[in-house]
Design a protein around this ligand. Sequence first.
Ligand code: SAM
Ligand code: SF4
Length: 338
Amino acid sequence: MEPLPDASAAPARGADDALADAQGRLIRYLRISLTDRCNFRCTYCSPAEHEAADGLLSRAELAHLVRLFAGLGVRRIRLTGGEPTLRKDVVEIVADAAATPGVEDVALTTNGHRLDELVGPLVRAGLGALNVSLDTLRPERLHGVSGRGARLERILAGLDAAAGRFRSLKLNTVVMRGVNEDELAALVRYAWDRGALPRFIEQMPFGGGAPVPLAEVRGRLGAEGFALTPDPWRGWGPARHMRARDRDGREGLVGFIGAMTENFCEGCNRARVTADGGFQACLGGHDRPDLRALLRAGADDAAVVAAVRGALARKAPRHHMEEAGAGLVLLPMRGIGG
Ligand code: SAM
Ligand code: SF4
């Protein structure tokens, strides 16, 4: 299995206008949470349901923001949530983003529950990259992690439908102590069988449960017979990759996202728009100017850009999510969009 490389982070066109943060990091990648609602209740995310006050950003508001950010050098858009496929207009939102001048890549992150029916429309709309969350291959475990409404056979049918249809297909697994630590090898093989890149994510402190440090994840894969060697391949994101080779000589890449023990902030290239239209410069931060309020008050683009640049100018060198619970209160993951 060999994933096709993501589009590289080429220098911004119109570099004078390019967005940069206080540390001089260029912002080329915008993650947009389309909704904070979800049909799953993953233990590590944010189980309590809440609705964004005053409604979500409309399709037209989203298209406006994507145009504006693309004009400032953003080249990749990821649509996330909450569960983005709960929005009836998700395919149109993808098509709008894909048709925006300057946008080189549109990606979606989903729990996969509606994927089977959406693969065709999403491909036709121009979706290039798809991430699907898959924490376990056992139906009962999935119920324990994501709630009784989560049906494994639907996710797996969606993944079968998605295999080979996108430039990039990734499977995201949050590794949880005492829950899915024994499935890591099976998940790697499952992903490779579908031409997908398996990625293991260290749990961040947004919900309950205990994280497993990535060093331990690599150790477990080693114990299961995978020889791991560092691989220089980088996509758009914070993942580090290893080339894995199993006892049968089968090999491919495995991604590791270690938010807590292997801080990835140095190379940060991203910012977020939350489900309620807040601009969040850092996943672990609280500074979030309200772009939705500006748009609805009729503010011109210059005012929106000023709010964005202001937040980026205040962005810290790194997150401090390890201090969650000891004074730091994080905003819910489902509203921010991961
Ligand atoms: N509902 C979609 C899904 O589950 O893929 C998209 C939104 S979800 C918030 C985006 C990603 O964040 C998923 O891959 C999920 O596993 C991950 N995630 C959620 N809570 C997390 C946590 N506490 N630590 C690490 N990753 C988390
Ligand atoms: Fe929903 Fe995704 Fe959060 Fe699970 S991780 S509760 S699927 S938003």
